[in-house]
Structures are given as structure tokens and as C-alpha cells.
Design a protein around this ligand. Structure first.
Ligand code: SF4
Ligand code: SF4
Length: 104
């Protein structure tokens, strides 16, 4: 399949497929630049177990179990492969997959 920009130039989408939980600092930069709601902030406990999605008010400490927050790719199918999230990540913890490497 060929992918093109508006002027017809070749373009290969780079889809976000995963975020390394051990490296992510939950800064939220990727979420802010993404227009597709592909990833969301989640709370994790001391052992790294995911406690759930962080709510809008951001006051939820998950009954005292919260250790830190990380970004999780929970809507990967919505990604358009713009790679904006990769450009703003300060921890180089994202994995992207080129569209031409995904089996049709
Ligand atoms: S590649 Fe673009 S669309 Fe996909 S998750 Fe990153 S910012 Fe969102
Ligand atoms: S920009 Fe990088 S470090 Fe920050 S929340 Fe996103 S994946 Fe994690």
C-alpha cells in the first residue's frame, strides 16, 4: 500500500505500538501532542501493577496504592503514525512500527 502526503509525496506512517513502562516518567508530553487519543496516563503501584487510568481531576491516589504514573498505549488502532509523540518524548521509551512493515 502506498501512503502519500497532500502534495503526493511518499510518506510512511510510523505507528506507536508500545511505551516502555520502566523508562516512561509520565510527563504527558506525548498525550498533549497526539490528536488521536492513542495513549492515556495510568497509575501503577510499588510492584508495577497497573491500577487504572488516571482521571481528569488527577486527585486519585488509588486508595493510597499509587507509586507513580506512566503513559500506556490503550487505543493503538487510532494512531495515524504522525510520529509527533516520538519527537517530544524525553526518555526515548516509545516503540514505533513503520506502516510498510505491518502485514496486510
Ligand atoms: S504517532 Fe501521532 S497519532 Fe500516533 S500516537 Fe503518536 S502522536 Fe498520536
Ligand atoms: S513523552 Fe515519553 S516519558 Fe513522557 S509520558 Fe510520553 S512516553 Fe512517557
Amino acid at each position: 500500500m502506498a501512503y502519500l502526503t497532500r502534495d503526493g509525496s511518499a510518506w510512511t506512517p510510523e505507528y506507536l505500538t508500545a511505551i516502555d513502562a520502566s523508562k516512561c516518567i509520565g510527563c504527558g508530553r506525548c498525550y498533549k501532542v497526539c490528536s488521536r487519543e492513542v495513549m492515556h496516563l495510568h497509575g501503577v503501584d510499588d510492584s508495577g501493577t497497573v491500577l487504572g487510568k488516571v482521571t481528569e481531576d488527577d486527585d486519585d491516589d488509588f486508595d493510597g496504592e499509587l507509586n507513580r504514573k506512566i503513559m500506556i498505549v490503550d487505543n493503538s488502532g487510532a494512531c495515524v503514525g504522525c510520529a509527533a509523540c516520538a519527537r517530544v518524548c524525553p526518555k526515548d521509551c516509545q516503540t514505533h512500527l513503520a506502516a510498510d512493515r505491518i502485514a496486510a
